[in-house]
Design a binder for this molecule. Structure first.
Ligand code: PHE
Length: 517
């Protein structure tokens, strides 16, 4: 554990929350602005025609979506080494700073009107986000003393900053990228991130000592870690360099498939290690099994959710009428639906869970995850309808995508904000520090799958979409049912052991009563 110098519990400067929240709020806001803004342009830029106004790269939709998936997968996978570097070498506050600077450099690189530096730019954003995204979430938790009840609300505020940021990104970056020029959009993401860096440097002092120090360890061990980190970084630079000069090349779809397998093996090894070698108690094993099921649910969820930047974006471009009162809106603006609906519905969902809680009907975690998956299934049913309509009338109205995003947002609200706390609640105590990594690993696998599934969906224009979406609906429903069964089993198990406890107590009382008589 890193040395935990928390701010005082009576720090209520920011709407009743520690003042360090200001720093984290705006850093995350600008980071998500740049991330989601750029993510909205990525597939459109790669598939854009090479001639005409605003020329793109002219790559196939399958390749572009596979690269998109690899990119999203890498971003979230890198959270794991990013967390390790913060824990052992930098401390979280410095890791966030370095990450933010690298992200800004990445977007600036993408802003250069050069094709050659495209992957370099993406690579920098990947590495920077790996250092920033998980570690900033850790600092949020460390602003509060252990047992401080405000922490949950703190994460809700943080979730708002994510969505305000992504809304700004879709609005500004999509407009500039699609209407003025791709590299203007990438540049705007870079400018946003520079604001993020500047405000972080300026307001970092508000964080106090929260998660500032890396783990205590002998100097020789730290030096050893630093040496190996440098060797790994150098190896990565060599591989990226070889890729940039075209000495090694890859088939995007095949690479994405291998990457999915690799990430799945990582998850498999991690869970197996915990099950077999971590010396867990029976209850801990049972909780770990629950986490495993939630993990699979989260992977499935993100594999649909992240298609907003791939297949659904292409559907918007090719088969949707974007003309509103004579103005053709940027394609990325449709994705504004997600953050706007999050801001509107997050309080409603929170209120609903509380109300249900009062009636003792608050759904358990697996049930909430199942609800998330069912909403995802519904959203793709709407898309299948829209696809059928598009076959008859060539372009459909924007309402179908908006309804799709509304349903997905409801799903997100049932699953995502509680996902992380679920992982820390049910993690074996000793391994709590790594739960962020595991949570993001689910997003990583979901991200690559979203690129692969999106690629399959559009391989043959409209014709190929429905079978892929139908397949997805099947697995959402199936997993949803599994989650409900697991939830019911756990509820039964809990009340059964509750009952056993009560029976034991009763037996004790009876025997003492009998004795005293
Ligand atoms: N909108 C969320 C975010 O960008 C989605 C997400 C949740 C991503 C969990 C990764 C992990 O943070």
């Amino acid at each position: 554990m890193a040395m935990q110098k928390n701010l005082t519990a009576d720090d209520t400067w920011f709407f009743g929350h520690p003042k360090g929240m200001v720093t984290l709020f705006f850093t995350e806001m600008w980071e998500r602005m740049s991330y989601y803004g750029m993510r909205a342009l990525l597939v459109l830029y790669m598939t854009g025609a090479v001639t005409g106004f605003n020329p793109g790269l002219g790559w196939s939709e399958t390749d572009a979506q596979a690269i998109y998936g690899i990119y999203v997968g890498m971003v979230y996978f890198m959270v794991i080494p990013g967390g390790w570097l913060a824990d052992n070498i930098f401390g979280h506050q410095k890791a966030v700073l370095i990450g933010a600077i690298i992200i800004a450099l990445g977007h600036i690189t993408l802003a250069l009107p050069l094709t050659e530096t495209f992957f370099l730019g993406l690579g920098l954003v990947v590495l920077g986000t790996g250092l920033l995204k998980g570690n900033i979430s850790t600092i949020v938790g460390r602003l509060y003393k252990e047992g401080d009840e405000r922490i949950q609300a703190g994460y809700t505020i943080f979730y708002m900053s994510i969505n305000i940021g992504s809304a700004l990104g879709f609005l500004i970056v999509s407009y500039l990228g699609e209407k003025i020029g791709w590299h203007w959009g990438f540049g705007a993401a870079g400018v946003g991130m520079i604001f993020g860096v500047m405000q972080y440097i300026y307001f970092k002092r508000l964080l106090g000592g929260a998660a500032n120090e890396p783990n205590a360890m002998p100097e020789s061990q730290r030096n050893n870690y630093i040496k190996w980190s440098k060797i790994t970084a150098a190896a990565m630079v060599v591989v990226i360099g070889l890729g940039l000069f075209g000495i090694i090349s890859f088939e995007p779809k095949v690479f994405a498939e291998y990457f999915t397998v690799f990430l799945t093996i990582v998850a498999f090894i991690y869970f197996s290690y915990l099950f077999i070698f971590a010396g867990l108690s029976k209850t801990e094993k049972r909780n770990l099994f629950l986490l495993l099921v939630l993990f699979v649910g989260a992977v499935a969820f993100w594999s649909g959710f992240d298609q907003s930047g791939s297949s659904l974006s292409l559907f918007a471009k090719e088969f949707t009428d974007l003309n509103i009162l004579g103005y053709v809106i940027p394609i990325g603006w449709l994705q504004l639906a997600n953050p706007i609906f999050v801001v509107i519905f997050a309080p409603i969902f929170a209120g609903m869970w509380m109300q249900l809680g009062r009636l003792n009907l608050d759904p358990s975690l697996p049930i909430k995850f199942a609800i998330g998956l069912f909403f995802m299934a519904l959203s793709f049913m709407v898309m299948i309808y829209a696809v059928q309509l598009a076959m008859e009338v060539t372009t459909v109205g924007i309402q179908w995508l908006l309804i799709t995003y509304l349903l997905q947002t409801w799903g997100e609200l049932a699953l995502s904000p509680i996902g992380l706390s679920a992982f820390s609640k049910y993690a074996p105590k000793k391994y709590i520090g790594q739960m962020f990594g595991l949570w993001f690993l689910a997003s990583a696998i979901g991200g690559v799958l979203s690129g692969l599934l999106g690629g399959d969906a559009l391989v043959d224009g409209l014709e190929s979409i429905s079978p892929v979406f139908e397949f997805m609906i099947d697995y959402y429903v199936l997993l949803g049912i599994i989650l409900i069964v697991v939830g019911a089993f756990f509820a039964f198990f809990d009340s059964y052991s509750d009952l056993q406890d009560k029976v034991k107590k009763l037996e004790k009382r009876i025997s003492t009563l009998l004795k005293s008589n």
